[in-house]
Structures are given as C-alpha cells and as structure tokens.
Design a protein around this ligand. Sequence first.
Ligand code: CP3
Length: 348
Amino acid sequence: MAKPSRPTRRFLDPFKGIVTSPPPIWLMRQAGRYLPEYREIRAKAGSFLDLCYDPALAAEVTLQPIRRYGFDAAILFADILVVPDALGQSVHFAEGEGPILEPIASIRELSRLQPEATRSKYALVAETVARLRQDLPKETALIGFCGAPWTVATYMVEGRGSKDQAAARLWAYRDRDGFQALIDILVETSIDYLGQQVKAGADVLQIFDTWAGVLPDDELDRWVIEPTRQIVDGVKSSHPDVPIIGFPRGAGGSALWYVSETGVDGIGCDTAMPPYMMAEAFDEEPVVVQGNLDPLLLVTGGEPLEKRTREILERMVGKPFIFNLGHGIVPQTPPENVARLVEIVRGG
Ligand code: CP3
C-alpha cells in the first residue's frame, strides 16, 4: 500500500524556489473587525489582550478568514504588543484609540522589564499555534510572527501610536547605549518567542517592522537591520529550515540592503514599492517577494481593484511571489471585496 504522502502546502513552494501559478495568497490583518464573525467573538472575549491569550478563541478567529476565503496561509491571531505585555509593561487597548502603554523613557526604567516573566504568556500563544496546527486544513500553512524590535520599541517608549515615532527616535539619538539596551532585550525575547511558535507548529515566520521607514539609512542599519539579523540568526540556529519574511515598511531604497544583510527569506513590500522594482528584486537577491496591493483598493472594489491586482500579478509572473496587501486590511473593508480579490488572483 502506498504511504500517505505528506500534505503539500503550496504556500511554502516559493521558499523552495518553486514558482507557482497562481501565486499563494494571504492578507495582512486577514482576521479582524471587517468580519462580522470576528466582531461577535471580540464582543464576548473581554479585552483585546484577553482574546490574544485565550487559545480557543484566538484559534477560532485565526480560522475565520480561512473558512471564508481559503487563503493559502493563516496567521496566528495575537499582536506585536504581546511582547511588552509579557515583559511586564502595562499595555491595554482602548476602544477606538489603539494601544496605551505606560511609557519607558530611560535606561533606569528598563529594570521594569522582566524577560523571565514572559514564559506563561508566550506559552498561551504557543498553545494557540498548537491548536491551529490541529484544526487547520492540512494544505494551509501557518504563519507565526512578532514585531521587530524597532517597531515594538516605538510603542514602548511613546506609550501609544504616534505619527512620527519621535520619542523613540530622540532616545536613540540622545542615549545610544540606553536605547541599545532596550533593543537587546527585545531581540533576545523575540528569538525565544518565535522559537516557541515554531516548536508549536508554525511553518513560516513574519517580522513586522511597520515603522522602519521613519529612520535615515544609518539609523536603519543600527535599529532595524542589525536587530533583525540577530533575530534571523538566533531563530535559525535552532530552526534552520523555517522561512522568515521581513516587512520593513517604508524602507524604500534600503529594502534590498535589508534583505542581503538580515538573511530573511522573504521581503514584504509596502504599497509604495513599484511592482517593477519588486520584479527586479529577485534578480539581485534570491528572495521571495510578497505584496503589495493598497488596502484601500479592497475598500473601493470594482474595476480599480481588478486593474491594479492584475498589474501586480502580471509583473510578478515567473518570480517566487506571494500575493498580499502593502499593509493591513482596514475595518471598513466589505468582506465581499476580499472574496473577489481571491477570485481574481486565482484566475477568475
Ligand atoms: O490577522 C492578523 O493579521 C493577525 C493578528 C494581528 C493583529 N495585529 C491583530 C489586531 C497582527 C499580525 C497584528 C500586527 C500589528 N499590531 C502591527 C504590525 C502590522 C501593522 O498593521 O502595521 C502593529 C503595528 C500592531 C499594533 C496594534 N494593534 C495597533 C496600533 C492596534 C490598534 C489599531 C487597530 O488597527 O486596531 C492594534 C489592535 C489590533 N491588533 C486589532 C487586531 C484585530 C484590533 C483590535 C480590536 O479588535 O479591538
């Protein structure tokens, strides 16, 4: 009798150098408020972080967009601010206001962070991953993630989202050793956190660096590229085969430098990256390219959505490519536009 073959997850093909047509697709923030079934669970869960730390509910909201759309990959439901919360910084999400943290503004205050204390909360996230590996269709890949140290630090230092991340940028200029100490803590704990996700069953990892684009190139080297390189090395020293996608949003002309210096296997391109550059990236570096439809075209729908989606697809024909947005889905997105996008990408 023939042995049952191992499930093939086509999402992983581009990382093996196999070009598939149509390309695999998933969308950043594919679970979330644009889905009525998410809002229903969210209302029952208590706080947003309670939802992140409830393995049954977190697994359920991860599965919701897979059931609806059959994406090639699911992304673990959690948040990049789980890391500062697990380290002991006070983090909460105020309705309509985004995250609020008790800011950490000096090297002295770093003593409030306790890397040993992260264990119980990381274990809950790992349990979500393990459940998902059980419950997901065999052909669906599972993406684990963390925020990059720079982006997580911007929230930890500012105490909230901000338009220019000035508090972190100023600390980094004024007290390089102090800010480095914060980044070092985040590098170390992120390696541990991602390693636990891989052990629990994550197939691929993504490192979200949402605010990479506010740094000049020399600062980008120090606070984005070097810490990301350390995380990639640290994770791969225990898990050499796990593909890692970096998303240095706004890195622009430094994106290829980021790829060659960090050793990531995939590069998430933001909305501003011209598709012809995405297509050329692979000729310079053997990297999987992911991106980069404007999330607002998913709000718009219709002909504009169709036209741009086809442009991106045509540019990336023959390249190791994963279709995605250039940033996350926004809450006002009509769910039927997401269904239409998947249909277009899959040839409809
Ligand atoms: O489906 C998925 O993408 C998985 C889960 C996920 C969330 N956040 C859930 C979430 C992921 C991967 C993230 C990443 C994240 N979180 C980033 C990086 C990506 C990006 O969008 O730039 C950042 C910067 C955060 C921090 C964060 N979390 C902010 C600033 C906010 C408030 C603004 C907002 O979009 O709501 C959140 C809250 C958040 N994270 C929600 C969800 C579903 C909404 C909260 C709610 O439902 O009450």
